[in-house]
Design a protein around this ligand. Sequence first.
Ligand code: HEC
Length: 129
Amino acid sequence: MTPSVRATSLRLPVLLAGFILAATPGLAQAQAASSTGVRLFNTQCKTCHGDKSTPAGPTLTGVVGAPIAGRKDYAYSAGLKAKGGTWTDASLDAYLAKPMAFAPGTRMMVAVPDANSRAAIVAYIKTLK
Ligand code: HEC
């Protein structure tokens, strides 16, 4: 096989895959968002937020819709406990943007400055079971 023949035979499946993704923008977008969310969560959150609460951080399984600082198996800071309310898309976004501004005295120092990254992380957290 000459190199040019090989290149042509590779190009067709790639073009087809591209066409299928382009034809279903919603699906492509959702997949892009979730793979970004997994990657960001695994690299920026998971060391402290694994599937079980540890002294490093509470587990985030089921956190969307749950009370802020509401887990019985984690000793939260007074700052986060004083906040009250429920974790929603909006409150998670605000906390991740500026943890110390959202809940002065919180022990979580990690912020996610990029809004798209925050949205992808929150979307991924919702899938944790
Ligand atoms: C260096 C460790 C560390 C990292 C990394 C970290 N966190 Fe945290 N996180 C904490 C700690 C500690 C708390 C408890 C804060 C407190 O009690 O004030 C917390 C609390 C939280 C809470 C509140 C949970 C609840 O039950 O009320 C959320 C939500 C959260 N983190 C999300 C994230 C996300 C999303 C990331 C990744 C972008 C992340 N955290 C990265 C340490 C970390």
